[in-house]
Design a protein around this ligand. Structure first.
Ligand SMILES: [Zn+2]
Length: 234
């Protein structure tokens, strides 16, 4: 069953500082706290629209015996910087060259300023481990349900298997596309590799092509359809 995701009118305006996660979601009027039963962790924040859509999806999943738990929601630039720099230090011996080290971290973690978690539109669900969502895994039913129904509520998986660039597959990461698609378009238009600065290893951003390959290296379902303004010839 496919129905169009909920329409937003109008799309909220966001500036480049917002897209880079350089704002405080806790004091932003468009953000709400998540809380129980949607998350067992304190301090999870999402944009209102994302949370409302998630709440509707959560209830539908619960009826089908599937329990969705948010384990990560909005993260600021500074929070992402702490994650990144922790790994930067940890991987120093394993990957002494800056570019190699950045690529190693980028298998699963974003550079500060380039994370979809900055936007209040993206969530990690249940567990940060692909096999638990696969056949015989603890959350097999969760993933099967999401794959069939998440799009009815506006959610899609940006990091699917089989893409040619970007992060590894993440079966736990879901994005509220009625908001994240226009935010991605704004990012594409206004931000470049040179804007990704202010943390250890940031000098590798341009060489790696962080915007081109990682921010934009996502599943087509999370991108604005480029064909929507064109007529096809057949
Ligand atoms: Zn995530």
């Amino acid at each position: 069953m496919e129905s169009p995701p909920p329409k937003l009118d109008p799309t909220p305006a966001v500036d480049t500082r917002y897209l880079l996660g350089k704002f405080n979601p806790a004091s932003h009027s468009d953000f709400v706290s998540v809380g129980k039963p949607y998350s067992d962790k304190a301090g999870m924040l999402l944009r209102k629209e994302t949370f409302q859509a998630f709440e509707t999806m959560w209830k539908a999943a619960a009826k089908a015996g599937v329990v969705l738990k948010i384990i990560s929601a909005t993260r600021t630039f500074d929070q992402q910087k702490a994650i990144w720099e922790g790994k930067w230090t940890r991987f120093e011996k394993e990957a002494p060259l800056p570019k190699d080290r950045a690529l190693k971290i980028l298998e699963y973690s974003s550079m500060p300023g380039s994370s979809r978690h900055h936007w209040g539109t993206d969530i990690d669900l249940n567990d940060l481990n692909n096999p638990t969502f696969e056949k015989g895994g603890k959350y097999e039913k969760v993933y099967d349900w999401l794959r069939l129904h998440a799009r009815e509520y506006g959610f899609a998986q940006p990091y699917t298997a089989g893409r040619s660039a970007g992060y590894h597959e993440e079966k736990w990461h879901w994005s509220y596309t009625p908001l994240s698609k226009p935010f991605l378009e704004a990012y594409k238009k206004n931000l470049h590799e040179s804007d990704i600065t202010g943390f250890k290893g940031a000098e590798t951003a341009s060489e790696i092509g962080i915007v081109q390959h990682y921010v934009l290296g996502i599943n087509a379902e999370c991108q604005q359809l480029s064909t929507q303004h064109h007529k096809t010839s057949n």
